[in-house]
Design a protein around this ligand. Structure first.
Ligand code: GLY
Length: 408
């Protein structure tokens, strides 16, 4: 058969495939349907956890139920936080009761500063949302006490919060600050405006400025950990704990940085924070593979065989939506929003949605160098996915932008 005959014989097939592809491209994420799916998963988890005092943390691949950890785990606030998110969306008494129940279990965390800076993650995602949606003084009082605890970790000689007190003994990192710590500043900003010390605002700003100087590289990638002597502001060394290498870029760390500096700009109006967040976002977006979900570390030599990290994707999507709202340049703002929606669409596709477990998403990485939680479902991936869905839904005409970039 000649080539031209072959072409005309195959033409209907070519047209059919083309139509199907363009239909797939136009398909956009249905927020209500996705949130309904999240609600089903969370209701299932609530039923299975009622008698258990632990909080969901991870589901190893091949398993279907959450493994739990105690309330002292840095991840303990995310499950109550998701229940508050459901309450904010559906407004039903059941979600209110469940969110309140699981939040109150965390009260002892307010006095844990000697263990971790993660008081912000643990309490702002749970008690913070509780206060946001109910205005009950109980939630506010516990949050203010937690902020008092967190502030004790600030070292004025260095100008940052001590992230991991336990690393002093374990690795000799006398004063250490991790990029994740940017997230916990939100609690201090909140406290300063809600009856806590005004000094908490200054602590948060000082920490963010110093992190901008010491953790952010000239190409706007980020270091995970900066180690200082306790008495001196000069970095002793820059290392990683959860990334591939000291000089590599750990994807979730980069996502925390985008989120943290965007939040700092919202709280302070400081343009330097905004510019930093935009450049950090540019680095993140420029290093994404075709399906918009990052490899767990952008420099893992195993790429393209390396694991993806859905949690980094979800955190970045949520951050990019805020960044889009705060960015005045129209083209850039539109791009951030569209890319966030593309990430969300990809996360909700069959490749990353967990249909056969209690979790919403799969394919996240907790701590690869520690050989822990590799290619699993993680509770914080689900938390930031829902947060981003709710933000996207509340922004005008998101479906239009989504259809431009959708990979479904
Ligand atoms: N410490 C927070 C994280 O693992 O990303």
């Amino acid at each position: 058969m000649s080539y031209s005959r072959l072409f005309f014989v195959c033409l209907p097939l070519i047209l059919l495939v083309g139509c199907y592809q363009s239909h797939k491209k136009r398909e956009s994420l249905n927020f209500e349907q996705a949130l309904g799916h999240c609600a089903e998963k969370l209701a299932l988890t609530v039923r299975s956890l009622k008698e258990d005092k632990g909080m969901p943390r991870a589901i190893p691949s091949g398993q279907s139920e959450w493994s739990t950890s105690g309330i002292n785990s840095w991840t303990s606030g995310f499950f109550p936080g998701m229940l508050w998110q459901m309450y904010s969306h559906y407004g039903s008494e059941k979600w209110l009761q469940d969110a309140g129940h699981f939040t109150r279990l965390l009260e002892p965390v307010k006095n844990l500063p000697w263990k971790t800076h993660d008081l912000g993650f643990m309490m702002y995602c749970s008690y913070g949302k509780g206060y946001q949606y109910t205005r009950e003084p109980y939630y506010k009082d516990v949050l203010l006490e937690t902020a008092d605890s967190l502030a004790t970790l600030f070292n004025p000689r260095v100008g940052t919060i001590l992230s991991w007190p336990w690393m002093k003994r374990k690795k000799g990192w006398m004063h250490n600050t991790i990029i994740d710590n940017m997230m916990n500043l939100e609690l201090l900003f909140w406290a300063a405006q809600n009856g806590g010390s005004n000094g908490y605002y200054d602590i948060a700003v000082a920490h963010a400025k110093k992190t901008m100087k010491d953790h952010v590289r000239p190409d706007f990638s980020t270091y995970h950990v900066v180690v200082y002597d306790s008495l001196d502001p000069h970095p002793v060394k820059r290392v990683t704990f959860q990334g591939h290498a000291d000089e590599s870029t750990w994807a979730r760390g980069q996502a925390w940085a985008i989120y943290g500096f965007t939040m700092c700009h919202r709280e302070t109006g400081d343009e330097e924070f905004l510019k930093t967040a935009q450049h950090l976002a540019r680095f993140f977006l420029d290093h994404l593979p075709g399906d918009h979900i990052p490899y767990w570390d952008f420099n893992d030599p195993e790429i393209p065989e390396a694991e993806r990290d859905a949690s980094a994707a979800a955190i970045a999507a949520s951050a990019l939506l805020d960044l889009a709202s705060q960015t005045n340049e129209e083209v850039l703002a539109k791009e951030f929003k569209a890319k966030a929606l593309a990430i969300l669409s990809s996360l909700y596709s069959e490749a990353y949605r967990s249909d056969d477990s209690q979790a919403i998403l799969k394919h996240s990485v907790g701590n690869k160098p520690g050989n822990s939680e590799i290619d699993v479902s993680l509770v914080y991936a689900d938390y930031y996915f829902i947060e981003a869905l709710l933000k996207a839904r509340s922004m005008s005409d998101p479906a239009i932008a989504a259809s431009e970039y959708s990979i479904l």
